[in-house]
Each structure stands twice: as C-alpha cells, then as structure tokens.
Design a protein around this ligand. Sequence first.
Ligand code: PAF
Length: 272
Amino acid sequence: MKVLTTIEALRAELAPLRKQSIGLVPTMGYLHEGHLALVAAAKQANAIVVMSIFVNPTQFGPNEDFESYPRDLARDCQLAEQAGVTFVFAPNVEEMYPTQGSVVVQAGAMARELCGKSRPTHFDGVVQVVAKLFNIVQPTRAYFGQKDAQQLAIIETMVRDFNFPIEICPVAIVREADGLAKSSRNVYLTEEQRAKAPAIFKELTSIQQGQQTIAEARIAIEQATGGKIDYLTQLSYPDLADPTASTKHLVLAVAVFIGKTRLIDNIIWEVV
Ligand code: PAF
C-alpha cells in the first residue's frame, strides 16, 4: 500500500492503472469497522482501492468539532493496509484548498432537511470535497455508508445532476453488538453515555415496527440517553420530502446530542 499526500503523486500512480476498475472510499479517517466494510465492498468489485483520509474543514460549522475531530493517520494506514487498500490519499488542507475558490457547488433543497437544519453549510462542504475527490481520483465506483443517509442521497443526486461517470455504492450501517451505529464520534462518549446510547437504535426500531409513535420515541430517547433530540423524523427516501401515498421508501432518521456529542442513526425501508 502506498500513502500519497499530493494530487500530482496520486494521479501519477493511477495514470498507468486507468484500464482497471478503481473503487474510491472517501473518509475523514479515525477508521472503524464501518469504514472497513466500505473497503471490503470496494475490494470485491474493483482491482484498485483508493481510500482518501481528509478531515474536510469546509463541512464543519464555526462552532463544530473540526479542530478536535479525532485523527490518527498512522493507525488508519495500518488498518487500511490490512484491509487491502491499494493507495491512501491523505492530503493536507493546503493541498485540497490552495485558493479560497470562487466557484461553489451547492447541495440544494435536500441539504436543508434533517442535519441541514442545525448544520446549514455542512452539505455544501461535503459536495465540494466529494466533487474534488471524484475529479482527482476519477474512480469507477465510490462507496458511502448508509449511516449518513442524507449525505448519500445528496451525493447520488450530485452524480446524477452533474453527470459524473461514477457508480455510487451504498453500504449498510455497521453496528456495535448492542445496536449503536459505529461512528468516529463514539470515542467522545463517556462510559456512562456510551452505555445509554444504544437506546437510540432500539427506539428507532420500535417506531419502524409500529410499536410507538415518533412523539413517544422522542421522549423515550431523551429519557434513556439523558440527551437532547436534534431531529427525529420520517421522510421519503432518497428525495427527503414529506411522505405521500406513492412513497416507496422511507427513512426514519434521528440526531441526538448526548452531552456535546452529536450522534446520528437511521433506518431505511421499503413501504409495503
Ligand atoms: O462521510 C464522511 O466521512 C465525509 O463526509 C466525507 C464523505 C469523507 C467527505 O468529507
């Protein structure tokens, strides 16, 4: 496995390999099993796997955790190598954003729902960096976790609207044994908070199974976790609109602040 920090070096490595399929796994590092599931899916379908590791400043709001976001490139590279990644692309901020940039990509109306309500600039930053990564790597396929269901829906829309010749491959949420969705942010939780956090998925499941209403689950989650719900809502998927009689897929999505840690989770299912 090679670790490259410049766009030029990565492109030079990829140039002679372009006839082979390239799978891109974009990450912000601090890898966990969720990321490794993306790599496993990428390895299955592609000859070359590129993992980007870049904590993207443009997707963090002014009072968010950009500075404190967990980072450990040496450990990430070890895990990536064990998982079978061909190239890690780990640029610094200057390499990705050498200029302020005056042309912007905007995530649009879908970015104003769910996480967009409390993170109004987040998805503009995500589509900016993902569009750059797509142009830098020019992969055959790119892999995204369903845990970030809104991100996945917006990226699929960007690929469609901007004609990126890339197949977007969603990968199912990877959970801890007690149901908590794996996330780099789980390390922020205290032992007590971590013990309570599985209530989020438990209550989501009970709404989906018709055992309680969203309003009831909202109270149950806040009581069980000691946290504060940012949102708990059900929308059509992937268009993220209010469900109608013709809606085929639903996403039940939640964001909860447990202390200062904001955790998200969701269930996507087919309406029968
Ligand atoms: O999901 C993430 O880790 C990030 O939002 C992504 C897609 C790597 C863009 O920075």
